[in-house]
Design a protein around this ligand. Structure first.
Ligand code: TRP
Length: 326
C-alpha cells in the first residue's frame, strides 16, 4: 500500500529553538514512519518579510543540521530548499491566476503579521505567500500538512486552489488537510506568549548546559514569590509551564512545593535547566557530529533536492498536459 504524502515546511531562520521542537519537529519525527514525508526549507518565503539574503544559505544549513540532530531521517524523507526546485515558481504563477486578491486580503494570519510587524506598504509577494505555499504543498501532492493553528488559513487556501484547478482543467491535486499540532505555543523566556528568535527570548536546541542555566536564571517567575518560603502560584509561572512540558513525572510535587514555599525559585529553575539540558544532550551530540561533517550535510541536501525535483517534475508534467501547455 502506498503511504499518504505529507509536506511540511519551515522558514530558515538559522538555529532552531525548543519551541520548534515541541511545536513542530517532535510531530514531524513521529509522522515520518507512517507517511511519505517531504521536508521543505522555505527560503523564498523569507523574502516576504526580509529582502536581505546574505545569510540565507547558512541559515538553511543550520536549520537542516537541527532537523537532522532532532532525528529527521534523510533516507526516509527528502529535505530540500524551495529555491532549488524551479517547479515551485512555475506552479505558483499558475496558481496566482486561480485566486482573487480579495480572498488573499481576508487571510487572518497575513493580517496579523502585517499588524505585528507594522508593515505599512504590503508587497505583492507577501500578500501572495500562501499561494506559493499552496504550490509547495501541491507539487508533492501533499494530502496532509502538519502545522500549527496559525497556518490553517493557508492550508484552506491550498484546498481552494486545488479544487479550482481540478474543476477547471481536470483532477491533478488532492485537497490537503491540516494535521494540527495540538501543542499550545511555548512561552518565551521573557514571559511573552511566543518563543521567537526575533524577540530574543529563546532557548536554542544547540545551547550548552551553562548557557541554558544562565538564560533560565534570568527568566521571570511569579512576581509575588520573592524569596524561598514565600508561597508561589505555578499557574502564572513561566518556569512551571516548562516543567509541565518537559518533566511530567515530577510536576505534581513541584506544583505543591512551590505553593507551600518549600521550593524556592532558584532551585526550581536549576531543576528545569538541567532537565532541558538532559533532553537536548543527544541533540547537541548529533549536532556536533554534523558540524564536523558539513560535506555529509550538503550531500543530504543535494540528494533531497534531486528526489524532490523528480516528484515535482512529474506533477508539473501532468499540470502542463491538463492545461494543454505541453
Ligand atoms: N508559511 C510557513 C511559515 O511561515 C512556512 C511554509 C512554507 C510552509 N511553505 C510551507 C509550511 C508548506 C507548511 C507547508 O512557517
Amino acid at each position: 500500500m502506498t503511504k499518504k504524502r505529507i509536506l511540511s515546511g519551515m522558514r530558515p531562520t538559522g538555529k532552531l529553538h525548543i519551541g520548534h521542537l515541541v511545536g513542530a519537529l517532535d510531530n514531524w519525527i513521529k509522522l515520518q514512519d507512517d507517511y511519505e514525508s517531504y521536508h521543505l526549507i522555505a527560503d523564498y518565503h523569507v523574502l516576504t518579510t526580509r529582502l536581505e539574503t546574505k545569510n540565507i544559505y547558512n541559515d538553511s544549513i543550520e536549520m537542516l543540521i537541527d532537523w537532522l540532530a532532532c532525528g529527521l531521517d534523510p533516507i526516509k524523507s527528502p529535505m530540500f530548499r524551495q529555491s532549488q526546485i524551479k517547479e515551485h515558481t512555475e506552479l505558483h504563477l499558475i496558481f496566482s491566476m486561480l485566486i482573487t486578491v480579495n480572498r488573499l486580503e481576508r487571510n487572518p494570519t497575513v493580517k496579523d503579521q502585517i499588524r505585528d510587524l507594522h508593515i505599512e506598504h504590503v508587497i505583492y509577494g507577501h500578500l501572495g505567500y500562501p499561494v506559493l505555499q499552496a504550490a509547495d504543498i501541491l507539487l508533492y501532492k501533499g494530502g496532509a500538512v502538519p502545522v500549527g493553528e496559525d497556518q490553517v488559513p493557508h492550508v484552506e487556501i491550498s484546498r481552494e486552489i486545488a479544487r479550482k484547478f481540478n474543476n477547471q482543467y481536470g483532477v491533478v491535486f488532492p485537497e490537503p488537510e491540516p494535521l494540527l499540532t495540538k501543542f499550545a505555543r511555548l512561552q518565551g523566556l521573557d514571559g511573552n506568549a511566543k518563543m521567537s528568535k526575533s524577540l530574543n527570548n529563546t532557548i536554542l536546541l544547540s545551547d550548552e548546559p551553562a548557557i541554558i542555566k544562565a538564560k533560565i536564571k534570568k527568566a521571570v517567575t511569579d512576581p509575588n514569590k520573592i524569596r524561598k518560603g514565600d508561597p508561589g502560584d505555578p499557574d502564572i509561572c513561566l518556569i512551571f509551564s516548562y516543567h509541565k512540558k518537559f518533566i511530567s513525572a515530577e510536576v505534581l510535587e513541584i506544583n505543591a512545593a512551590c505553593r507551600s514555599g518549600a521550593l524556592g525559585c532558584v532551585d526550581c529553575k536549576m531543576k528545569c535547566a538541567s532537565k532541558i539540558s538532559e533532553l537536548l544532550n543527544p541533540i547537541i551530540e548529533k549536532r556536533h557530529y554534523y558540524e564536523q561533517k558539513l560535506n555529509e550535510v550538503t550531500d543530504i541536501l543535494l540528494d533531497g533536492e534531486k528526489r524532490a525535483r523528480n516528484t515535482a517534475q512529474v506533477t508539473m508534467n501532468e499540470v502542463r498536459e491538463k492545461m494543454k501547455l505541453g
